[in-house]
Design a protein around this ligand. Sequence first.
Ligand SMILES: Cc1cc2nc3c(=O)[nH]c(=O)nc-3n(C[C@H](O)[C@H](O)[C@H](O)COP(=O)(O)O)c2cc1C
Length: 347
Amino acid sequence: MTSLLTPVLPSGRPSLFLAPMQDITDLPFIRTLSNIGGPDIFVTEYFRVHIHSRLDPYILRSITENPSNKPIIAQMIGCDPTELARTAIELKKHPIAAIDLNLGCPAPVVYRKNAGGGLLRNPSQLNTLLATLRESCDETPFTVKTRVGFESADEFHKILEIFKNHSIDLLTIHGRTVKERYQTPVHSDLIKLAAQTLPFPVIANGNIVDTQTGLNFLNQTKTAGLMIGRGAIRNPWIFKQLKSALNKQPTQPVSGRMLLEYIHTLYEETAREIPDFIEDKHVQKMKKYLIYITQGHSPDFEFQIRRVKTRTQFFQTCSSFLDHDSPTPSLPNENSRLFCGFSQFLE
Ligand SMILES: Cc1cc2nc3c(=O)[nH]c(=O)nc-3n(C[C@H](O)[C@H](O)[C@H](O)COP(=O)(O)O)c2cc1C
């Protein structure tokens, strides 16, 4: 199955994408991941599009200064066809692999304006938008990232019919409805149906937390690839491990010290982007990543890290749990608020 995006996808094995995550998958995070293998393709955080919008200069830097030698897709969120088309034309001036439309954001402030996941409630508006963007992207690949419905997964068949009518170059499906947000199992049967039905590559997303969950998701859906978000914050080697597993090679476990080094790199990379650096404020920002990284480790790790205030306390706590060469837990806790639902891929 070929599309305009095929030339940048790896041949002979499924493609591995880093999921876009607002305030996380920025230039420092891309730099950090590039040094340790990373995905085949990156996607930017979304560019907000409305009548007064201009390309966000900070997000744009992850395209113009992309240090990874890997392709990067620019994602947009909005609902106005004219403004989205204008923004697509601006984005095309930059070195992007594709332009992506977000049809999944579950934040009420977004979907109430009929953007993100809200567009799934408006089939005719969605139809118009897809046609407009296909035309303005022209020779530039046009991709879409969707959920399986707004209120109910029963809506998916109708949504699939809309996608079928457009020349999309790749569709990523986060297998939940907008109302299911992030915590449920994913509807892998619907992703499989999409992969069987659509004439362009489909990528499966949601609940991949380690090699096994990724491989099982692929087996269940037979998609052209996987997209991983929270699992890659927790374990950025997940792409390298999956590539080894897909090539039938042994995977290298992640030791405590590897994780510790990753946290140090992330700290330095994110710190050097802040013009008026304030250490204590930066420690608070680092907690955003650590909340994911600590899952599956001793509960004391998360408990203590939530309470640190200074850089010294932060790294002392990290070292006290990670300064060792033993493998770290490959899975987060199944009942954790941030990762629950993935046991469907452990069976
Ligand atoms: C903090 C956070 C920010 C996110 N921001 C975006 C975004 O900007 N664009 C988007 O399409 N999805 C966004 N998502 C959704 C992810 O891309 C992904 O679809 C979702 O987390 C499920 O995949 P996972 O289980 O591998 O994390 C975000 C998710 C999280 C947790």
